[in-house]
Design a protein around this ligand. Structure first.
Ligand code: ARG
Length: 268
């Protein structure tokens, strides 16, 4: 539809606000009074939640929610018996509560499958792999090569993420003090603070780091291998949606849609 490079760049240079909860009406009609060709039975529904500010997985462009997760989940759901009801936006650390409170049915937010989260929710099969990148300003003044090079430097990450987990587990108390860790509601704010000089490094998923680096004066200093895999989150008792998403995922992988979307959003 749109030039992804241009639109992503435009997004990255214009959007800096925090994500707020916002309902998107994606209503596919509630009155099934028998005008369609289908039987009159109501289809079960999926309302999805995400946390924009994580390009190219999810971001706002001119008020629209776009990205790889957005296209992928919608393509997957269209292969299932579920009717897609639309998106709701949250800060990342509010997504799991929104799911368990039934405000949404699926999380699609570049969310890493891990044991911690697995105790509260379930995940679909994995749909993308990532490590963590340590991002710095590209002026070359500070070029760390390992976590120990971050000693006594202010470091940023998004609240509730695995990037924050790396900071808390590997840096705080060892290399940096608790006060030197700056937690942000979203990664756009973290990267802005890096550009402003308020932090000297941001820990963030590699594909998102590469997108910021392509559009802003920041670069990946080094990669810290975590071997993460992203999955769609579902409620633990919701085997039906979990199975539907898994079968939809394998369909879009087989029919070329998945590859088309990775080309659209990640290039190549
Ligand atoms: N993959 C990381 C995690 O699961 C970061 C995800 C952040 N996603 C977002 N939409 N902001 O913690």
């Amino acid at each position: 539809m749109s030039d992804k490079g241009l639109s992503r760049r435009q997004y990255l240079t214009t959007v800096g606000g925090t994500a707020v909860t916002l309902s998107v009406a994606g209503c596919s009609g509630d009155g099934d009074s028998g005008d369609g060709g289908d039987s009159g039975t109501e289809r079960p529904t999926i309302t999805a939640g995400t946390a924009p500010g994580f390009p190219p997985f999810e971001m706002k462009e001119g008020g629209d929610l776009v990205g790889f997760d957005i296209d992928l989940l919608e393509a997957v759901v269209s292969e299932t018996e579920y009717s897609f009801e639309g998106w709701e936006e949250f800060e990342f650390d509010s997504l799991i509560p929104a799911l368990t409170n039934n405000n949404i049915d699926v999380i699609a937010a570049g969310m890493t499958i891990n044991d911690d989260r697995d105790q509260t929710i379930d995940f679909s099969d994995p749909y993308y792999s990532s490590d963590q990148a340590i991002v710095v300003r590209s002026d070359g003044d500070f070029a760390p090569e390992s976590l120990s090079d971050l000693a006594d430097r202010p470091v940023g990450a998004q609240k509730g993420t695995t990037g924050e987990g790396v900071v808390q587990d590997e840096l705080v108390g060892d290399e940096i003090t608790e006060n030197q860790y700056n937690a942000y509601d979203n990664y756009v704010l973290a990267i802005q603070d890096l550009q402003n000089g308020n932090v000297d490094a941001v820990v963030i998923d590699v594909p998102v780091a590469n997108t910021f680096a392509a559009n802003r004066p920041v670069e990946v200093a080094f990669v810290y291998e975590t071997g993460e895999k992203f999955g769609f989150g579902v409620r633990t008792d919701d085997d039906a949606r979990q199975e539907a998403l898994n079968s939809g995922l394998s369909t879009v992988r087989e029919d070329g849609t998945y590859e088309e979307l990775t080309r659209k959003w990640f290039g190549e």
